[in-house]
Design a protein around this ligand. Sequence first.
Ligand code: FMN
Length: 319
Amino acid sequence: MMDCTDRHDRFFLRLMSKNVMLYSEMVATKSAIHGDRKRILSFSPEEKPLALQVGGSDKKELSEVAKIAEDMGYDEININLGCPSKKVQKNKFGACLMKEPDLVSECINEMINSCKLPVTAKTRIGYDDIEDFEYLNSFINKMKIAGCKTFILHARKAILKGLSPKQNLNIPKLNYAMVYKLKKENPDLEIIINGGISKIEEIKNHLKLCDGVMIGRSIYQNPYSLIEIEKEIFNTKKTPTREEVAEKLLEYLEKEVKLGTKVNHIMRHTVGLYHGQIGSKTWKRYLSDNMMARDSDFKKAKYIMNIVQNNEKAIQTNS
Ligand SMILES: Cc1cc2nc3c(=O)[nH]c(=O)nc-3n(C[C@H](O)[C@H](O)[C@H](O)COP(=O)(O)O)c2cc1C
């Protein structure tokens, strides 16, 4: 997720879940090839398993990025076929590529030929006036012939003109049934469902009809809900408390600050750590008052972590 799942956020999320697959923000092919690769693509080994999501429609560039991803140690390369933003459309990537199945297939084929990583696609169920199972099925099958076996389906169509990216995440209606049907008709494909999912019961129900569930906003807003996912979905017996998460993050923060990372670049992702808990407002207020400034220093981070740790102890004692 753009502006959300950068390497710091992924490190933070990994402290709570060892088992989920994590995805990068979308990176445009040109940035990956010509940009500051270390800044844009590097990650800590702790973040793995990790997929790089790429945006593009030039097959040479896409295959080059697939190779870069492999060389850098990513575990998967995923092509974005779902982003409806104007800028993305102008550059001819994202959801507008649903109009060009042949071009997409060629791109996927080139990517598959240039690396050994699994090449996966994230797409919508339709676009503009098209929300038609036959169209979606044929689009997916073209990509399958090109060699793609795993598809993440955001279960709502994209409106390419007239809606903002934010509206495009809420206004088009969710249609899970179309994703279920896709899996039913293509049992050999790995179909991962996405869109509006947050509760464990919902995840369990989707898993009866699909191979996986992708969650975006709800995890960003309430990252500690990963703990419930670990327990309920992956059967993990030992999970960290918020206090333990905070402690580990502090170690990471200390290391990163020495390397020149700004405190707020890490701490901004932790706003939801206390979501739904006593003291969550204090945590959020403290972060926004003290941690979001570019010049926030490490001492402040340590101070707030201590408050949080005491807060956690207080909650544990009271419950
Ligand atoms: C802030 C934000 C940034 C996003 N960036 C990306 C992105 O880079 N690539 C992508 O495939 N989807 C992106 N999405 C869409 C999400 O991955 C997801 O498909 C969508 O939010 C629906 O799932 P959810 O209801 O679980 O959030 C973004 C969504 C948000 C809210």
